[in-house]
Design a protein around this ligand. Structure first.
Ligand SMILES: [Fe+2]
Length: 134
C-alpha cells in the first residue's frame, strides 16, 4: 500500500489537495478483500480513473495559466499514467493482480509528483516566471 506523506507536498495548495485525494482514493482498493464483489471493485477503479483524469486536466490548466515551459512533456507523462490505469480498469483480473498493478501506478504517481510537479513550484518561484508576470 502506498500512503500519503507530507513529503509529497509541492507547495501549491489546490494541486497538493488533489494529489492527496488521489492517493487516498486508492486506499480502499488496497484494503479490499475477496468479500468485495467484482462490481464494487470496478466502481472503485472507475472512481480512481475519473479522479486521475480530473486532476491531470486541472493541473494542465494551471500549468497553461502560468505558462509553464515544459508543458508538452508533462502532459505526455500524464497521458501515460491515464493509459496505464485505463488498462487496469478494462482488463478483468483477480483482486491481488489488480492491487499490485494499482500499487505500481500509485508509486509512479507519487514519483511524478516529486520529480515533475515539483518543477511547477520551482518555476513559479523562478525569475523566469517573475519576468513574465511583470
Ligand atoms: Fe503532473
Amino acid at each position: 500500500m502506498v500512503l500519503w506523506s507530507e513529503e509529497y507536498l509541492i507547495g501549491i495548495r489546490e494541486i497538493d489537495k488533489q494529489h492527496k485525494k488521489f492517493v487516498e482514493l486508492a486506499k480502499p482498493l488496497f484494503e479490499a478483500d475477496e468479500e468485495l464483489s467484482r462490481e464494487e471493485i470496478r466502481e472503485l477503479l472507475y472512481a480512481l480513473r475519473e479522479y486521475m483524469k480530473f486532476h491531470f486536466e486541472d493541473e494542465e490548466k494551471y500549468m497553461k495559466k502560468v505558462s509553464f515551459p515544459e508543458l508538452d512533456e508533462h502532459i505526455l507523462q500524464h497521458k501515460r499514467l491515464v493509459d496505464e490505469l485505463a488498462l487496469v480498469v478494462q482488463t478483468p483480473a483477480k483482486l491481488p493482480v489488480i492491487q499490485s498493478k494499482i500499487k505500481v501506478i500509485v508509486k509512479k504517481f507519487v514519483k511524478h509528483i516529486r520529480d515533475e510537479d515539483h518543477k511547477i513550484k520551482l518555476f513559479i518561484e523562478s525569475s523566469e516566471y517573475a519576468t513574465q508576470t511583470q
